[in-house]
Design a protein around this ligand. Structure first.
Ligand code: COA
Ligand code: MG
Length: 315
């Protein structure tokens, strides 16, 4: 007979959600109106923000508001995936944030200003304590780090692999990074990210792939510019991001549209998978005069997996 587990709930820990989170909408935790509106925005995930959109002396009130919202929202049947962006581990505010929201059982926390796998291990330990206190399964609350907000973070972006089973993805940020670097801007006049931020973006993609979790693209602050936003979504999708964060509800349908594989793309991926299935043992196949080998098969399988996964935690 196996020895009794030290962690009786461990078997209940759910697998991290699939790669299917396309749109993640930020909502300041102190705005009940925006929180309500976010529920019907069509976003796959809501990020209740306790960090940068909340002024320092508004933190306590925002925690109460976040907890009240979560308690109600988590019982809704068709709810989006529910995250809370806590304040970074450097601030001394993280413990009070977690104490306020853990009992409401959010699906995940977003960890800003993360610095590699070490900060995920640190947050993991903090979450384990709150889960034990609140009777939650060990590992219930997942972690989505923002991996590039400090200069030091860039040098450890490759250390997330294996840090914690809570890790559900990686995302990146350019606003705090540009403040820390002391730059005057992070985008050129056409709206394209400048070199340091393109590096951060690439490190997020590579760090996520190395940790075998999805990469989520950063926010686009010019929220009335729908064309620029769509272009940035398309570039992110092309480069391997599986979703993007939004700051305004109008950005959500654009993200969902761009990051949902089209019928044509699904058909093409299926043709690649079928061609390999029809030639067992083949390393390479030709379809319509174009060569496809094993990396193309892996990519086609990934895409079909994404297209088939449920969109929401409640779905
Ligand atoms: N989530 C939910 N609802 C939102 C929203 C959001 N992120 N942003 C705006 N809305 C709502 C507004 O409350 C407004 O509702 P109403 O029609 O019932 O009045 C409606 O959408 C239209 O908003 P609009 O007037 O276009 O924008 P705004 O000037 O009210 O707000 C921001 C602009 C940037 C302040 C707002 O979008 C916002 O708070 N974004 C999130 C900021 C954030 O979390 N930042 C941290 C991460 S970078
Ligand atoms: Mg920030």
């Amino acid at each position: 007979m196996p020895p009794p587990s030290l962690y009786p709930h461990a078997a209940e820990v759910t697998a991290p959600p699939s790669l299917a989170m396309r749109s993640l909408l930020f909502v300041p935790a102190d705005s009940a109106k925006k929180l309500d509106r976010a529920m019907t925005s069509g976003a796959d995930a809501i990020i209740v923000d306790l960090e940068d959109s909340i002024a320092p002396d508004g933190k306590a009130r925002a925690r109460d508001s976040a907890a009240a919202f979560l308690r109600a929202a988590m019982t809704s049947a068709a709810r989006p995936y529910m995250m809370v962006r806590v304040n970074g581990l450097q601030t001394g505010l993280t413990d009070a944030d977690l104490d306020a929201v853990a009992a409401a059982k959010p699906d995940a926390i977003m960890l800003p200003k993360a610095e590699g796998g070490a900060s995920v291990i640190h947050a993991d330990a903090k979450l384990a304590v709150r889960e034990a206190k609140n009777g939650l399964a060990d590992g219930h609350i997942k972690i989505l780090p923002i991996a590039t907000e400090t200069a030091a973070a860039l040098f450890v972006a490759g250390t997330f692999a294996g840090a914690s089973a809570r890790l559900i993805g990686l995302t990146w940020g350019a606003e705090d990074l540009s403040a820390e670097i002391g730059a005057q801007a992070n985008r050129d006049p056409q709206g394209n990210f400048l070199d340091p931020y393109r590096l951060a973006r690439t490190l997020c993609l590579a760090g996520a792939a190395a940790a075998q979790v999805p990469a989520i693209d950063t926010v686009y602050v010019d929220f009335r510019n729908a064309d620029g936003f769509r272009r940035e979504c398309e570039e992110a999708c092309r480069d391997g991001f599986t979703g993007k964060m939004a700051i305004h509800p109008a950005q959500v349908p654009i993200i969902n549209e761009v990051f949902t594989p089209s019928a044509k793309a699904i058909e093409h991926a299926q043709a690649i998978v079928d061609a390999f299935a029809a030639s067992p043992g083949a390393g390479v196949v030709g379809i319509g005069g174009v060569m496809y080998d094993r990396p193309h098969l892996a990519r086609a399988e990934q895409m079909l997996g994404r297209a088939a996964s449920p969109r929401r935690a409640g779905a």
